[in-house]
Design a protein around this ligand. Sequence first.
Ligand SMILES: Cc1cc2nc3c(=O)[nH]c(=O)nc-3n(C[C@H](O)[C@H](O)[C@H](O)COP(=O)(O)OP(=O)(O)OC[C@H]3O[C@@H](n4cnc5c(N)ncnc54)[C@H](O)[C@@H]3O)c2cc1C
Length: 337
Amino acid sequence: MLKIKENISLKKYNTFGIDVKSRFFVECSSVQDIIDFIKIYQKQQIPLLPLSGGSNILFTKNFEGYILRLLIKGIEVINETNHEIEVRVGAGEDWDNFVEYCVKNNWGGIENLSLIPGNVGTCPIQNIGAYGVEVKDVITNVETLEIASLKTHCFENSDCNFEYRNSIFKSDLKGKHLITHVTFKLSKQPQFKLNYGSLAKEMSRFDKIDLTTIRKTIIDIRNSKLPDPEKIGNSGSFFKNPIVKYDAIAKLKEKYPDMPTYKTDSDMIKIPAGWLIEKAGWKGKRINDAGVHNKQALVLVNYGNACGKEIFSLSKDIQKSIKDMFDINIEMEVNII
Ligand SMILES: Cc1cc2nc3c(=O)[nH]c(=O)nc-3n(C[C@H](O)[C@H](O)[C@H](O)COP(=O)(O)OP(=O)(O)OC[C@H]3O[C@@H](n4cnc5c(N)ncnc54)[C@H](O)[C@@H]3O)c2cc1C
């Protein structure tokens, strides 16, 4: 039975801890629930926003529409060979609980993505990635419900237009489809990916390397570097790392020889946005309760009572200063509402 609530505070539903209200609020735990709700919703001309873990979103004002929380659960093995396993997962499963479940079963492929907040249904939206792995590498398909037609769709991996922190669900189809399930293909004979940053060195303290030790190490590294949203509101990396043509940075490299750069698959160069922000003097800066984290300049934080507008305004100032200093545009990774 659908329960539509009114004037609900969203503070506990977003990891920035921004205290805004939603005019209407509804939770759906099955595809049928969503269909029933959309039929009610379609008669009204007000906005609709799907919300899962709230860890990639910045609310800048009260939401004058429906917040729809997608809580579909379930982990189902749909195919298995000696080498691989295919698992179909409900959008409302917690991402890190799913990673833990896979690691315990010795199913490899997502262990490097341990401790990323959020739900399974949102992992394809920005093609979550960390420690040299992107979730696109293990996604078979993404099932959705199209809001306008109430039709179900199944997007095969190649239909999802996966890119660095992007997909069709964050670009052309943003706001048009609700993700209900994601199917993953994982390996029963996992190949470990340890060549990212300090991971290999950190792993050397273990006599035996397996999925459990990789997960533990990544959790330890993340806990030492990133602020815990339970203690300091944040949304992880606020900006994407800019990817530019080599010509565009040749002069900058002369001026800043210490600037780190990474080659991408497409002959473009990726620059860590955190380095640019730190170099521009923002690391640790605080304006009222909105700030730039003192250990990781890519993370904007809410020290307590910042409102979304203050964090947004800080992010615009940072973007402008990076443009002025380096002539580079840094794009926001977080969804601004
Ligand atoms: C401390 C911290 C560390 C992080 N580290 C990483 C990292 O290492 N790598 C990385 O890639 N990301 C990272 N993130 C970002 C974030 O965790 C991911 O983007 C995550 O996938 C967001 O999931 P969510 O469920 O919280 O999404 P939400 O914030 O709830 O939603 C994100 C967007 O998707 C839409 N949406 C939500 N649910 C659905 C649905 N079912 N169907 C359609 N649209 C929907 C929302 O409207 C919104 O636009 C980090 C965040 C934090 C707070």
